[in-house]
Design a protein around this ligand. Structure first.
Ligand code: ADP
Ligand code: ZN
Length: 713
């Protein structure tokens, strides 16, 4: 049976093999065993029930708590050519009834339902009339009071299963691994605990880092500038910070959306859509954003402020890179945020939970200070698994030099002492040190202090950064009164007395997550256009992994296109032509790309590759008055390949006539467009023409003209 499952994976999804854990889970389900599958976000849980659903007869029921997620999942399945539907509160009663009837007649391979449906006796009755081989309980931790999202209606699942005429196989799935939650799921659903498939908690494509003692706003802006084409989320702790950041970023020309619980439903929906549809690239949000967000091409998650515990952190950061491509998870740490989180805990927790939450907060802070591998500490936090250092995170890759800043520290500290502790904030202190003639400095007569101007070779900004660093090293502390003021901690006193030294590493430079690739950008545009036509988010059409693989394999025929990861039969039929043609056009304009790909043929599929003289063979058929389509059919090549052959023939001066390739009424249109857009680049010409006029026709027209000129000269 697992062979059949592999075939399904290949045929529908276009993936060549199962990932770690998937095969085990699927095997267990196919063998008829109730199973618990624990995998981190992005691990590929959906495949674990979707593939068995394809192998089994009947309709697999998927219980899922999130309406938005259901819709994306169903859209994704429909794109793969798999019949599926959902029933939840977003439907009218009539729509729901229609889908139930269809389900009874066996029309769907998968039917997604919200758990609340199980509260209706009528609905249970309908379910009894459906042939159900498998029930997948997604986000199964919702069943447990110990989980972070307890849902009372999940507790009805077991009774529902008991009511069915034939007991289906049950597969529970979750990313939450705490033993207590796992146990609860198994008990509630009557799953043998030994039938648990647990993959490691490491996310091999994520690199974690913590940035301390640096100005976070300038770090953030710099990062966004370097990664403006990529999508990412910025999490902040409070609504106010979200709003402030949103405005600041918008002012610096960044295409940003925002999301927090203080906005009304419509506004939130609108902003979320913008982000999902790739219309904005950055989402600034509180932790209210992200549940049920399936967007797979999020390249970075930045925490602008400290999250409240490791559970929230890993869940939020884990939304990066679900497609498996390298992604960044960056935490911008400032010790003042510990206060903010303490305050929030104080506001929201009941007395008896407070101690526990403060302890969790402390562990979060410890994470920010650890000098060993960050991924390792995360995995250690969540499980008893021990992994080797990841080699990717900020700590594993840190090779910055340290410089001695003891003298600067002494100057700053003594300035604070002289100005009075717990009286002023970092900006005024920095101004005194630079020797500023600011009104307040003069009024307070700080210009008479011996430390006045002692760091005048630095800017105010450099000094506030330095103070920020001293705060992160617990040399200086912040007192939060009406406004934050500074005072000196124990360690700072030792430094002042010359008993201790302090070293500072150079600032961390921001990274570019993914290299720019103009072909990738072209393909992104094709994907976006299709997504708009089909009214689904772009990542539902193709994941970034598929586009990236196209950029490597440069498929120009159907067979080659099918070898791209994420391309199954259905997507080949629906979108193959459009992507192949975009790639061919790109290659026609950038022939050097093909050469460099051929030099590194590592991953080029062993698909049918045209021989060097292949265009001559095409030419022979052309001379026999066969049309482009006929030649393609006859030679079993993509239309675009045949077209590129004919272009090559024209370039080599062979007798190929424009009249054979472009319908008469297009010729004058093309001519007109070229007059307007010039004859240099294809794209601006194409944009002036109706859809049906292809790049190929424009190219042919231009070549014919060139050849004519050459002859008359
Ligand atoms: P989860 O639900 O565990 O967070 P998903 O099921 O959404 O993860 O899968 C994450 C991504 O990985 C999806 O884009 C999915 O298509 C892809 N994926 C899953 N299994 C495979 C596989 N065997 N090969 C390649 N990609 C896969
Ligand atoms: Zn590491």
């Amino acid at each position: 049976m697992i062979e059949k499952a592999k075939q399904m994976l290949n045929l529908h999804y276009g993936y060549s093999s199962f990932r770690n854990g998937q095969e085990q889970a699927i095997q267990s389900v196919l063998a008829g065993d109730d199973t618990l599958c624990v995998m981190p976000t992005g691990g590929g849980k959906s495949i674990c029930y979707q593939v068995p659903a394809l192998v089994f007869e009947g309709t697999t029921i998927v219980i899922s708590p999130l309406i938005s997620l259901m819709k994306d999942q169903v859209d994704t399945l429909l794109q793969l050519g798999i019949s599926a539907a959902f029933i939840n509160s977003s439907l009218t009663a009539a729509e729901a009834r229609e889908r139930i009837e269809k389900a009874k007649s066996g029309e769907y391979k998968l039917l997604y339902i919200a758990p609340e449906r199980l509260e209706s006796y009528d609905f249970m009755d309908h379910l009894r009339q459906i042939d159900i081989p498998l029930i997948a309980v997604d986000e199964a931790h919702c069943i447990s009071q110990w989980g972070h999202d307890f849902r009372p209606s999940y507790q009805r699942i077991q009774r529902m299963i008991g009511n069915l005429p034939k007991r289906p196989v049950v597969l529970a799935l979750t990313a939450t691994a705490t033993p207590r939650v796992r146990q609860d799921i198994c008990w509630s659903l009557d799953i043998d605990e030994n039938k648990t498939v647990l993959t490691g908690f490491e996310r091999e494509n994520l690199s974690f880092s913590v940035i301390k003692g640096q100005d976070r706003l300038s770090y953030l802006k710099d990062f966004l500038k370097k990664n403006e084409k990529e999508a990412g989320i910025i999490y902040a702790a409070t609504r106010k910070t979200v709003d402030q950041l949103y405005e600041t970023l918008q002012k610096s020309g960044i295409n940003v959306s925002r999301y927090h619980a203080g906005m009304n439903d419509n506004e939130r929906m609108e902003q979320q859509e913008q982000f999902l549809q790739d219309e904005s690239s950055v989402m600034v949000a509180t932790s209210a954003f992200g549940m049920g967000i399936d967007k797979s091409n999020i390249r970075y998650v930045i925490h602008f402020q400290l999250p409240k515990n490791m559970e929230s952190y890993y869940q939020e950061a884990g939304r990066a890179g679900r497609d498996g491509l390298p992604s960044e998870c960056i935490l911008l740490y400032s010790s003042q945020d510990v206060q903010v989180q303490r305050f929030l805990i104080d506001q929201s927790s009941e007395q008896d939970r407070m101690a526990q939450e403060l302890e969790k907060l402390q562990l979060m802070v410890d994470y920010c200070y650890t000098e060993s591998c960050l991924q390792q500490s995360i995995v250690r936090y969540f499980s008893d698994e021990e992994i080797p250092p990841c080699g990717r995170c900020g700590n594993c890759t840190d090779n910055r030099d340290s410089i001695d800043v003891t003298r600067e520290a002494q100057i700053v500290l003594s300035c604070i002492v002289r100005m009075g502790q717990k009286r002023f904030g970092k900006t005024l202190i920095a101004q005194v040190l630079t020797g500023s003639k600011n009104k307040k400095v003069l009024e307070m007569r700080f210009n008479k202090l011996p430390t006045y101007g002692m760091l005048k070779d630095k800017s105010t900004k450099e000094i506030t950064d330095l103070i920020e660093f001293f705060i992160s090293q617990e040399i200086i502390a912040v007192e939060h009164g009406t406004f934050p003021t500074l005072y000196i901690k124990e360690k700072g006193k030792d430094i002042l007395l010359g008993k201790e030294q302090i070293m500072r590493k150079e600032a961390v430079v921001t990274k570019q997550v993914a290299a720019d690739d103009p072909l990738f950008e072209e393909l992104r545009i094709v994907r976006k256009t299709i997504a708009e036509q089909e009214n689904v988010p772009p990542f539902v059409i193709f994941a970034d992994t598929a586009l990236k693989d196209m950029c490597v394999k440069l498929p120009e025929s159907r067979t080659e296109f099918l070898s791209v990861t994420g391309v199954g039969q259905n997507k080949l039929e629906k979108y193959g032509e459009r992507f192949i043609s975009a790639i061919s056009t790109y290659l026609a304009e950038h022939p050097e790309r093909r050469e460099s790909a051929e030099q590194s043929t590592v991953s080029k599929a062993p698909a049918k590759k045209a021989t060097p003289d292949s265009h001559l063979e095409t030419y022979t058929f052309y001379k026999e008055k066969m049309s482009v389509d006929e030649i393609a059919e006859h030679r079993n090549l993509a239309v675009s390949t045949v077209e590129s052959h004919l272009v090559q023939c024209m370039q080599e001066g062979m007798d190929v006539q424009m009249e054979d390739l472009i319908p008469d009424d297009y010729v004058s249109k093309i001519e007109h467009a070229i007059q307007q857009a010039g004859g240099e680049k294809l794209k601006p010409i194409k944009e002036l023409l109706p859809e049906e006029v292809s790049y190929f026709m424009i190219k042919v027209y231009l070549l014919q003209n060139e050849n004519k000129k050459r002859v008359t000269r």
